[in-house]
Every structure is written in structure tokens, then in C-alpha cells.
Design a protein around this ligand. Structure first.
Ligand code: AAT
Length: 291
């Protein structure tokens, strides 16, 4: 029998394609914003794909969601108010839930279909929505942040898709400026920032924009096998105010572990991974000024 394989091509990674063996297509739909696909893969569990780009697989989602949530939250003492932009699968909410200091988690996801699909096919991620501290807003984050009061959040996590389609504005100056305004002094932003192998120019642009508005800007990265080139980066920024030393977590996760017994164990993130994530290869330091 002929094996079924899905190939992922995109102008964001020209000249290469990524492929996964398909066991079964579970869902195919078109929302107002994007094409949504869920399939059972042969080795990575279920996979969520938006507009032909893999957003997560059950096998390696832990690396992305744990890092994007705990890099910022473990860098400040006792985070209380947190905003997630995107992240409609609920995985980042699940990770934020580990922090008992957090009192309120707002999430602004543009596409209700992503949320519904996650609740149906990815219960281990969508469990994040069950936390009573979560307030769900379905809408465009650009609009949401325009209407957010100044200084509201301790941390903002931008778990958005690549800057094609609905997420295009999320890497641009006006949006980054509204994020900085929505953070308290000494508040932190963690923004999904693509692959250092494929998108050095995009990373440079994002870092330049962030440096105009934030007092400190750093780049960290992690291995995620099913993302193009196998890595994903994060830009970590803090606003002017009490200084934040991102490279040395003041709110170590090890102190929190065991406080919420019902949660699954961490699979990827720990304080060592946190510190290591900021080590950068020579080519990136050379090509991206200010790193
Ligand atoms: N945690 C899974 C990983 C994601 S999901 C990104 C989410 O951002 C999607 O659900 C998408 O609908 C949402 N999104 C896109 N644009 C907006 C917007 N303008 N406002 C609110 N939400 C938005 C990201 C994986 C990164 C993959 C890297 N290659």
C-alpha cells in the first residue's frame, strides 16, 4: 500500500520541504482566517496545521509551550497578571497555570475554530482553558491591545503564527508599541521569533523595533524538531522599571513544582535549559546587531 505523506512547503523556507507520514486525517476546515487541518501522524502524535504550517505536534509541543511561558514568568518575581496573544490551542495557558502567584490570565485568540478543534482533538493542551483564572477573548489581538489600559500586565506572551495571514501585524512597530504600553514598569514580553537559521533578517527587524521601546532585549532559542530547521526562537524584553535579568531566573520553576499535583510533569523546561537558551552561535551574534 502506498504510504501517505504530507509535505509542507512555504516561501518562509524556500528550497526545502518538511514531511510527516500520515496515519489518518482527522479534521479539515476553513475558518474566516485560515485553513485548519488536524491529522494523526505516524511518529509525532496528532498534528495541528494552519495554512499549511505545522503549529504543534503532541510529541514536541512541550518544548515550545514550556519555554515560551516559563522564560518570561520565571524571570520576574511573583507574576500576577498575564496576557497570551494567539495560543488558541491552550498549551501556553496550561503552562502558565503552574504559577500559583498568577491571579489572572487573559487570552486573545483570533480564530474560534482553533479553540474548538483543540478542545476536540488536543485535550492535553486545551486543558489550559479549564483554569478558572483564564478569561478568553476571541478577536484580533491588535484591536484588543489598542483597548488595554496602560500598565495592566506583568507579562505578555505572544504565541502567534508566522507573519503571513492574520499574524502579519503582530511583528510590526505599532503592535509592539501597544504591548509595551500594556505592561507595568519592569514587565516582560516573550515573543515567538522564528528560526535563526532561516529568518535572521526578520529577527533583526523585530529586535530593532523592540529596542526602540523596551529597555532590555534578548534572544533565546530551543529545539523543536517539527518546526522548520528544527529550532524556534523567542525575543524577551522588559520595560523600563525594576531591572530584569532574563539569564538568571529569580522565580525558578523547581520551587513551584509539586504545588499543583494534578498537572503533568515538565518535559523540557528547567532552570538549566532557561540559562542555556540565551547562549547564541557566533553567526547570529555577528548578523544581528546588539545581540
Ligand atoms: N501554541 C501553538 C502555536 C502557535 S498557534 C498561533 C495562534 O495565533 C493561532 O491559533 C492563530 O489563530 C493565532 N493568531 C494569529 N494571528 C492572530 C491575531 N492577529 N490575533 C490573535 N491571535 C492570532 C504558533 C506556532 C508558531 C509556529 C512557528 N513556525
Amino acid at each position: 500500500e502506498k504510504e501517505r505523506v504530507l509535505y509542507f512547503n512555504n516561501p518562509m523556507w524556500p528550497g526545502e520541504a518538511h514531511s510527516l507520514k500520515v496515519e489518518k486525517i482527522l479534521f479539515k476546515g476553513k475558518s474566516e482566517f485560515q485553513e485548519v487541518l488536524v491529522f494523526e501522524s505516524a511518529f509525532y502524535g496528532k498534528v495541528l496545521v494552519l495554512d499549511g504550517i505545522v503549529q504543534l505536534t503532541e510529541k514536541d509541543e512541550c518544548a515550545y509551550q514550556e519555554m515560551i511561558a516559563h522564560l518570561p514568568l520565571c524571570s520576574i518575581k511573583s507574576p500576577k497578571k498575564v496576557l497570551v496573544v494567539g495560543g488558541g490551542d491552550g498549551g501556553v495557558l496550561r503552562e502558565i497555570s503552574r504559577h500559583s502567584s498568577v491571579e489572572m490570565i487573559d487570552i486573545c485568540e483570533i480564530d474560534k475554530m482553533v479553540i474548538d478543534v483543540s478542545k476536540k482533538f488536543f485535550p492535553d493542551l486545551a486543558i489550559g482553558f479549564d483554569d478558572p483564572r483564564v478569561n478568553l477573548h476571541v478577536g484580533d489581538a491588535v484591536e484588543f491591545l489598542r483597548n488595554t489600559p496602560e500598565g495592566k500586565y506583568d507579562a505578555i506572551i505572544v504565541d502567534s503564527s508566522d507573519p503571513v495571514g492574520p499574524a502579519l501585524e503582530l511583528v510590526e512597530r505599532p503592535f509592539i508599541t501597544t504591548i509595551a504600553r500594556a505592561l507595568r514598569p519592569g514587565g516582560v514580553l516573550c515573543n515567538m521569533a522564528e528560526s535563526m537559521w532561516l529568518h535572521t533578517h526578520l529577527i533583526q527587524d523585530m529586535i530593532s523595533i523592540c529596542r526602540e521601546t523596551f529597555s532590555s532585549v534578548h534572544y533565546a532559542w530551543a529545539s523543536v524538531p517539527t518546526y522548520p530547521s528544527g529550532v524556534i526562537g523567542f525575543i524577551l524584553c522588559s520595560t523600563e522599571g525594576p531591572s530584569v535579568d532574563f539569564k538568571h531566573p529569580v522565580n525558578p520553576i523547581e520551587k513551584l513544582e509539586g504545588t499543583l499535583q494534578h498537572q503533568r510533569e515538565l518535559r523540557f523546561y528547567n532552570s538549566e535549559m532557561h540559562k542555556a537558551a540565551f547562549a547564541l552561535p557566533c553567526f547570529l551574534k555577528r548578523e544581528v546587531s546588539c545581540l
